[in-house]
Ligand binder design. Structure first.
Ligand SMILES: C[S@@+](CC[C@H](N)C(=O)[O-])C[C@H]1O[C@@H](n2cnc3c(N)ncnc32)[C@H](O)[C@@H]1O
Length: 263
């Protein structure tokens, strides 16, 4: 669902950096900016907006109603996964996708960019990570976070600066890429049922695109990938028919990755 009347609302007494972040978001989304004027988020919704992006010194919060949790960018679990890689421990996505220093990775379902951050760390400065996100407000909030957030631990901040976030539908984005141009193309669509314990995903589930990955998109990915296409799955559910003969690499809990290798 793409909101039709979004608005960016500043926190009370914003500093210059907050105003500049709000301007960035308003330009990316193509919507007005308003001062807070003492209103609650519910009060802003009552004025007829269908999305409110509240901007404070530390965060941009994307609300689609005043009673549901907002979507925010934060490196979250990527911090732990990058920590594991730094300790030399195995990381399932990096292993499933066969990523090494210098690999290129096209993330067709960017979301909060958690996976993209882990991959950006794994492939390093000489690699490349591009992510495409369908929801324009999610894409803008994530792009802002990737450019400006600073978190403890240099490796996570460095990974954030390396992910290139684009807005669009992955079907169009893949169609525009040359054949064999990315080592890995990756899909992580929403599971029909949320994995228990992943409540952190709830705000993104509320605003993200639930279309699933079409056979056409998979075919485009197979054309664009030089080495492999990776599709995250729940191991306790049947995979989509088009990918059921791909190779399974099991992850933690009930998730895994189905991998198709070229050639
Ligand atoms: C489960 S989330 C991905 C989470 C992501 N891997 C992460 O680490 O944060 C799926 C995301 O893909 C996006 N999406 C779904 N269909 C898409 C499409 N056709 N093109 C681009 N993005 C899409 C959704 O809006 C949502 O943000």
């Amino acid at each position: 669902m793409t909101p039709e009347r979004p608005v960016v609302v500043l926190c009370p007494k914003p500093d210059d950096e907050t105003v500049s972040a709000a301007r960035f978001l308003a330009t990316e989304i193509g919507c007005p900016i308003q001062p807070r004027r003492g209103r609650t988020i519910a009060g802003v919704f009552r004025e007829g907006h269908d999305a409110v992006i509240g901007v404070s010194k530390t965060h941009a919060s994307f609300f689609i109603s005043s009673h549901e949790p907002p979507f925010l960018f934060h490196p979250g679990l990527a911090k732990n996964r990058i920590g594991s890689l730094l300790r030399g421990e195995p990381e399932t996505l990096t292993r499933a996708a066969g990523l090494v220093e210098g690999s290129t990775f096209f993330d067709a379902t960017l979301g909060r960019a958690t996976d993209a951050l882990v991959v950006a760390h794994a492939v390093g400065d000489s690699g490349r990570v591009v992510g495409v996100e369908a929801n324009p407000i999610v894409a803008a909030v994530v792009r802002l976070g990737l450019r400006r957030s600073v978190v403890p631990g240099k490796a996570v901040t460095a990974a954030m600066r390396r992910v290139e976030a684009r807005q669009g539908d992955h079907r169009d984005a893949l169609a525009a890429e040359a054949s064999d141009s990315w080592d890995v193309v990756y899909f992580d669509p929403f599971f029909e049922k949320q994995v228990r314990g992943s409540v952190d995903m709830t705000p993104l589930r509320l605003v993200g695109c639930h279309d699933g990955v079409s056979v056409g998109a998979l075919e485009e990915a197979q054309r664009v990938a030089r080495r492999c296409v990776v599709h995250k799955v729940r191991v306790d559910h049947d995979p989509p028919p088009a990918i059921q003969d791909w190779n399974l690499v099991r992850g933690k809990r009930r998730t895994g990755y189905l991998v198709w290798h070229k050639g």
